[in-house]
Ligand binder design. Structure first.
Ligand code: C2E
Ligand code: MG
Ligand code: MG
Length: 397
């Protein structure tokens, strides 16, 4: 199904009685909704940019109750049922009851609409801040779906420095999305949005596929030892049914050596430890390793370390940033390193920007460092040519 549709003035988007496959967000122009009951025609309004149409039938599972016709040249974006339904299912039961009740009332109202030519709604765009945020999120999510289909997401690779070996030993895969008209959207923003629905699953698969392609190409070019590439996974991705099997199957198909792929577990409010531990054991038996990302901030905490067996702990970049101006930050890094080593885990320090920081990490016996000192995230080409590894090692001095 097309995510974006351009309509000419007079063109019909959907007809009354058609099954509701998706709702539509008007991006440009105006679309009119008309319902015909016997000899009565009811005008439901003229909808312009930022307004949603076709959502009532979609939510209630009923066919469209109106015919939508472009009244000028228009552009509309499809909003899929899953975008609403998965959020509704996750919502507070009171909110769900309220939505059900409102939908029922709208259906009754429409069915009993008596007056010929009467408008049901005024032609005013929604200006409520909450509604605006909702519409903006829907638009972004729809554009993300589009980006996935058109391959507009890019995976970049940030070098990870092996401190003892004094070379780049691996990379972290970081996804990028260049959105026309908005510039680069931060993964911090769109990954969170994708996590609200199952959209995170295809995003994760896309990233994993690109990373495996790079690892296979590096192996075929005779790179020995093969660098290790870390892929970020949210806890939601990790416990998604079938996810572990898919990751393992993909890695098996690529026939990569153990340790070539590391999974970084990011922010996770509600971890079902038993479930996550089972998935981790499954993946680990196939040679995958696990890092606990952003340790020491947000939801990346001691409880995770206690319950789950990680190969690496990534010390959040806030600690590297404050290491020299705060003896407390330094003391905490030392304590984290001692704890990680006692647990048999390696340490990666994130956000390393200066040689001074690197020298201190070396003294502390930290295994790996990552940050702008060694390079920002670069395109796959720079990994395949070895340029990113050479630049990173040279910058470290
Ligand atoms: P993260 O995994 O902790 O990634 C490190 C972030 O710190 C990256 O931001 C990176 O560009 C930035 N960074 C690295 N070195 C430095 C430094 O020296 N100084 C400073 N100030 N920043 C540095 P980015 O790429 O914007 O990613 C943000 C977050 O988005 C990531 O944090 C990760 O949690 C998430 N993310 C990125 N790609 C993916 C993905 O493919 N899947 C999932 N689930 N999450 C992803
Ligand atoms: Mg990470
Ligand atoms: Mg991190």
């Amino acid at each position: 199904m097309a995510i974006r549709r351009e309509l000419l003035a007079g063109e019909v988007l959907f007809r009354q009685g058609d099954p509701s496959v998706c709702a539509w967000l008007v991006e440009r122009g105006h679309v009119e909704l008309l319902a015909v009951h016997g000899r009565r025609t009811t005008r439901h309004g003229l909808f312009g940019p930022g307004e949603l149409i076709g959502e009532v039938g979609l939510l209630g599972g009923a066919p469209h109750g109106t015919t939508a016709t472009a009244r000028s040249d228009a552009v509309v974006m499809a909003v899929e049922r899953a975008q609403f339904v998965e959020r509704l299912e996750a919502a507070d039961p009171i909110l769900r009851t309220l939505v059900d009740s409102l939908l029922g009332r709208i259906h009754t109202l429409v069915a009993n609409q008596p007056r010929e030519g009467a408008a049901l709604t005024a032609d005013t765009p929604c200006e409520e801040p909450v509604e605006r945020i909702g519409i903006d999120k829907m638009r972004l999510e729809t554009q993300l779906r589009d980006a996935l289909q058109s391959g507009a997401l890019e995976v970049r690779y940030q070098p990870v420095y092996d401190i003892a070996a004094r070379r780049i030993g691996g990379y972290e895969a970081l996804v990028r999305w260049a959105l026309p008209g908005r510039g680069e959207v931060s993964p911090a923003e769109f990954i969170r949005l994708a996590e609200e629905t199952s959209l995170i699953v295809p995003v994760g698969e896309y990233v994993l596929d690109r990373v495996l392609e790079v690892l296979v190409a590096l192996r075929e070019a005779g790179n020995e030892p093969l660098p290790s590439i870390a892929v970020n996974l949210s806890a939601r991705q990790l416990v998604e049914p079938g996810m572990a099997r898919q990751v393992v199957a993909r890695v098996e198909r690529a026939a990569l050596p153990a340790g070539a792929l590391t999974l970084e577990i990011t922010e996770s409010r509600m971890l079902d430890y038993a479930q996550v531990a089972a998935v981790m054991a499954d993946c680990r038996s196939q040679g995958l390793r696990f890092s606990l990302d952003d340790f020491g901030t947000g939801y990346s905490n001691l409880a995770h370390l206690h319950a789950l067996d990680f190969d690496f702990i990534k010390v959040d970049q806030a600690f590297a940033r404050h290491m020299f101006d705060s003896p407390r930050a330094m003391a905490m890094v030392e304590a984290i390193v001692a704890m990680a080593h006692a647990l048999g885990a390696g340490v990666v320090c994130e956000g390393v920007e200066t040689r001074e920081q690197l020298a201190r990490l070396r003294e502390l016996g930290i295994g790996h460092a990552q940050g702008y000192l060694f390079g920002r995230a670069v395109a796959a080409g720079a990994v395949l040519s070895g340029q990113a590894a050479r630049d990173g090692a040279a910058a470290a001095g």
